[in-house]
Design a protein around this ligand. Sequence first.
Ligand code: KG4
Ligand code: ZN
Length: 338
Amino acid sequence: IKHGLVLGVESSCDETAAAVLCSERGLLSNIVASQDEAHRPFGGVVPEIAARAHMSKIDTIIDQAVSEAGVDYAELSAIAATAGPGLIGGVITGLMAAKGLSASLDIPLIAVNHLEGHALSPRLTDVCPFPYLLLLVSGGHSQLLAVHGLGDYERLGSTIDDAAGEAFDKTAKVMGLGFPGGPNVERWAKDGDDRAVRLPRPLLDRENCDFSFAGLKTAVARAYENSDKTDRAKADLAASFQAAVADCLTDRTARAMRLFTENYDGPHRFVVAGGVAANQTLRAHLIDTAKAHGFTPIFPPLKFCGDNAAMIAQAGLERLQAGRVDSLNAPARPRWPL
Ligand code: KG4
Ligand code: ZN
C-alpha cells in the first residue's frame, strides 16, 4: 500500500491520545488528553487511576481525532496503537479499543512499540532520513539509540536505574515543587546558582553510553534535608541538580556521537525526543555537544516530544507502507525493549 490514512492511539502512561495521519496530507488531527490533574495529589502517576481515566475517555478521544481530521472511519486504512512498553492497564485499554475498530472496519492493526513512536517522531515534521542518533529522555526512559532504519534500532546506552524525567519528578517531590516535576524544577532553577550545591555525576567518563540517575536523586534528597529549605536554597538545589543532569546527558551523548561517527559518514543528525527535551538548559548544552561533534541537532516540536498519538500514527504509517502489520492477537506488553 502506498497511500495511507492511519489512526494512531496512545495510552501507555498518563495521556489518552489519538491522531490521524495521512501519507499525502500529513497530520490531520492530534488530540491529547492529559491526566495530570488526577495524579497531582499523589505526586506521580498512579497506574490504577490512569487505567480508569483512559477507559472513560478513549472512545471520545478517538471520535474527536477522526472528526477533527474531517475523515470518516470508513476511509481509514489502518489503526496503530501502542502495545507497550508502559502501564499495562492503560496499554490494554488503548490496544483493545484499536483491536475493536480494526475488526469492525476490517483494516489492519499495527501494534506499535511506544519507544519506536518516540524514535520516529522527528519524521513527522523534520527532514530526517535514516540513519540518525537519538537521545530519548522521558519520564519512563533514557536511551541513546542509533536509528538505522524502520525497525532497526541499536541501543547504544540506557539507564541502569531511573529515567531522566523520573529524576526530575522525584527531585521536585522531595523539594515539594509540584507535579509534574520537570517544568517546576526548570522554573525554580532559573533563579538558582548551579554551582551552589556539589552533586554527583553518575557514570561520567564510563566506557559505555549508559545513564544512572538514582544516586543523583538520593544526593538531592540529602542536600535538601540538610539545607535551610528557603526559596534561595530550593532554587540553588534545583539549578545544581539540573546542571548535574546536563553533564551526565552531554557526556554520554558525546560518547554515542563518537561511536556513531565511526560507523557512518556525514551528514550526521542528532534528535532529542521525550518530555525532558522541553528543558531549555538541557537543550542548550545538547546543542553545544552536537555542534562540537559535527551533528545537526533536531528537536521535534514540543507537542511531539511528550507522549502523543501522532508519533504512534507515524510509526504505524511507516510500518503499513512496509507491509509490517500485526494480527488481532498482538499482545499488550508491559516490558518491551526496542
Ligand atoms: O515523554 P513524556 O511526556 O512521558 C513519558 O513517556 O514519560 O515525559 C514526561 C517527563 C516527566 O518526567 C516530566 O517531568 C519531564 O518529562 N519533563 C521535563 C520538562 N518537561 C517535562 N523534564 C525537565 N524539564 C522540563 N521542562
Ligand atoms: Zn513516552
